[in-house]
Write a new protein. Structure first.
Length: 348
């Protein structure tokens, strides 16, 4: 084959295929560490296979979820602390799946950048693998896209896709009724929503990411980058114990918008804001940014990362089960016959 007149190569155009190959080899052990029953092939094919029957399902319904980590990614990039956002990415997807009663089976990621840094990409993907191990799902594939001209130096984007399964007839929500108890599971800080507002508040307060945290130990950046909590295993344990009617992952929109998504038409919820103590980060955001309580409640999780709607007679036992699994659990309200979310008390 004749050489081109100008002798250009793909590498000279900004795409390093060899770096991509090196990344695949680097992350293979991390992906293999997430192996679970049902996985039929490792990385490297054009597609990945998974057998739900080998995972123990007789008549499964598949459930899919996709998400990113929002502008928390900007903070991770700016502080060069990128390992935790991989866990965030998994958590944002699998915590949604479990709200349908589904067990996460497998996960795929998409990592896009202008110029591939094997070290940075590997740190992110190793974090993804850690999240998958924590949720009991397999990292069976993904895509690394090197796109010169699309991203600034050092920047990258991140997205994830998860598939889970639930036996037909066991899908949540179901049987929600007025009088059901709402159990709140504690969050690990801000998780992965509301960071555009958090970044704005930090700017208004004149604080840099390397400054001491005003609400905890270490730097402000490190405190805010605490990974999203993985609720999958404890919630699945509670579902299998019986009495769970619905689950809501409290992400963007807070309790105000996420809890109504799992309530039947015509029903609402009464929430006691004094029932739990929000993480100190939320008081700092509210005070430093002058953010009203109603705005906090529809922007952030405000200390409750997952809410379970449960039968009243099962509430105490389920709270014990969840606490035994390591969750900070607190009854925070009840399902009511009045549509919408009615708050009483105050967060602070």
């Amino acid at each position: 084959m004749a050489e081109g007149k100008n002798g250009l190569s793909y590498a000279e155009a900004g795409v390093d295929i060899e770096a991509g190959n090196a990344l695949v080899e680097r992350i293979k052990p991390a992906a293999q560490s997430t192996d679970r029953p049902g996985v039929m092939a490792g990385l490297g094919g054009f597609g990945a296979f998974f057998d739900p029957r080998a995972a123990g399902y007789a008549d499964p319904v598949l459930v899919a979820a996709t998400d990113g980590v929002g502008t928390k990614l900007r903070l991770a990039i700016d502080t060069a602390d990128v390992g935790g956002v991989g866990i965030d990415l998994v958590a944002m997807c699998v915590n949604d799946l479990v709200c349908q009663g589904a067990e996460p089976l497998f996960f795929l990621d998409y990592f896009a950048t202008g110029a591939l840094s094997v070290e940075i990409a590997a740190e992110v993907i190793e974090g993804i693998a850690a999240g998958c191990r924590g949720a009991g799902c397999a990292l069976i594939g993904g895509e690394t896209a090197e796109m010169p001209g699309m991203y600034g130096a050092g920047d990258f984007d991140l997205a994830g896709f998860a598939v889970g399964a639930v036996e037909r007839g066991a899908v949540l929500p179901r049987d929600v009724a007025a009088g059901d108890v709402i159990l709140g599971l504690g969050s690990d800080g801000v998780h992965s929503n509301g960071f555009s507002l958090v970044r704005r508040v930090a700017d208004l307060a004149g604080r840099g990411w390397g400054d001491a945290s005003p609400f905890g130990e270490g730097t402000l950046g490190a405190a805010l980058l605490a990974p999203t909590r993985l609720y999958v295993r404890p919630v699945l344990e509670a579902i299998r114990a019986g009495g769970v009617h619905a689950a809501a992952h409290i992400t963007g929109g807070g309790l105000t918008e996420n809890l109504p998504r799992v309530l039947p038409e015509g029903l609402g919820a009464e929430i006691d804001l004094a029932a739990w103590a929000p993480d100190p980060v939320f008081a700092w955001v509210a005070e430093a940014g002058g953010v009203a309580e109603a705005e906090m409640l529809k922007t952030f999780n405000c200390g409750i990362g997952m809410a379970l709607v449960v039968a009243p007679e099962a509430a105490d036992a389920l709270a014990d089960t969840l606490a035994g699994a390591g969750e900070r659990v607190q009854p925070i309200g009840r399902v009511s016959e009045a549509p919408g979310i009615a708050y009483r008390g105050a967060l602070w």
